[in-house]
Design a protein around this ligand. Structure first.
Ligand SMILES: NC(=O)c1ccc[n+]([C@@H]2O[C@H](COP(=O)([O-])OP(=O)(O)OC[C@H]3O[C@@H](n4cnc5c(N)ncnc54)[C@H](OP(=O)(O)O)[C@@H]3O)[C@@H](O)[C@H]2O)c1
Length: 248
């Protein structure tokens, strides 16, 4: 295992929730943080203040990732702050409901752009431009091995990101490792209460709700273990066992 003191990480969607927990986890290990946000400016600036007070550098960077070229745009903004970005964590995501009956063509486009294409082009720019790129972590979802029929467009976009994780892990080896964390029940979607998770607790074999610390610790493990690439770490109480690797 390596030390990550003195490194720099760009974390997308890190003003709040899981992205924020990852930012704090890495900052506590001595890593400087580029906090990407789209609309949550106040929360991003507040997080930057907290990280700076604890001794690390932190910068908040705004970027909407919903259109072509936006991944490249974000990387240029980040590299204008520092040329040495060691880690890229793709956590920003859309999570709208859509089913076979009501999904629109534009829903697929919107989800695939934010959840898969922008992370892909951001990763490619990172690999090409950063002087010190070492590792990429993509956030997937435990249900990539199952059929999430309530979030159809989101589900397909995470499957795309899953494939891109594996492809990039080969394309960017040996210099950059590419892995993924696939969380299960951790925090309810924005606007939902903790009851949302409690009602679904039976969906994993451990009958548990995970914590932000367990998820961010898993990201940290994948960053520190330099013999792992192309891996998906399910942090989900075993929920993925209800899916199947068949056909993937
Ligand atoms: N929460 C869970 O239990 C769970 C379970 C399975 C998988 N995951 C995965 O884990 C990751 C983190 O989960 P989360 O619940 O923390 O995510 P989230 O709160 O749903 O989204 C994280 C951030 O994504 C950003 N975002 C949304 N649309 C964007 C756009 N067009 N351009 C740029 N950024 C945009 C938002 O930034 P702003 O607020 O700045 O607009 C948001 O704060 C996601 O990839 C998610 O799919 C989470």
């Amino acid at each position: 295992m390596i030390t990550i003191k003195g490194k720099t990480a760009l974390i997308t969607g890190s003003a709040k929730r899981i992205g924020r927990a990852c930012a704090l986890k890495l900052a506590r290990e001595g890593t400087d943080i580029l906090i990407h946000y789209n609309t949550s400016e106040d929360e991003a600036e507040e997080l930057a203040r907290v990280i700076r007070m604890n001794g690390q550098k932190a910068w908040a960077i705004q970027q909407d990732l919903s259109y072509p070229e936006s991944g490249e745009e974000l990387m240029s903004k980040a590299l204008s702050i520092t040329k040495n970005i060691d880690y890229l964590v793709n956590s920003a995501s859309l999570f709208p409901e859509s089913t076979y009956k009501d999904v629109k063509e534009s829903d697929f486009g919107a989800n695939i752009q934010v959840n898969a294409l922008s992370p892909f082009f951001l990763s490619r720019a990172f690999a090409r431009e950063s002087r010190s790129g070492e590792c990429i972590i993509n956030f997937l979802d435990t249900r990539i091995l199952d059929n999430d029929k309530q979030h159809l467009a989101y589900h397909i976009s995470k499957r795309v990101l899953f494939s891109l994780t594996r492809i990039l892990s080969e394309e960017l080896a040996p210099s950059i490792r590419v892995n993924a964390v696939a969380p299960g029940l951790v925090i309810p979607p924005p606007g939902e209460s903790y009851e949302y998770l409690k009602k679904r607790i039976h969906t994993n074999p451990l009958n548990k709700i995970g914590t932000l610390d367990q998820v961010s610790e898993s990201m940290l493990f994948l960053i520190k273990n330099t013999f792992i690439t192309g891996q998906v770490l399910f942090v989900d109480g075993g929920r993925h066992l209800k899916g199947s690797f068949y056909g993937l």
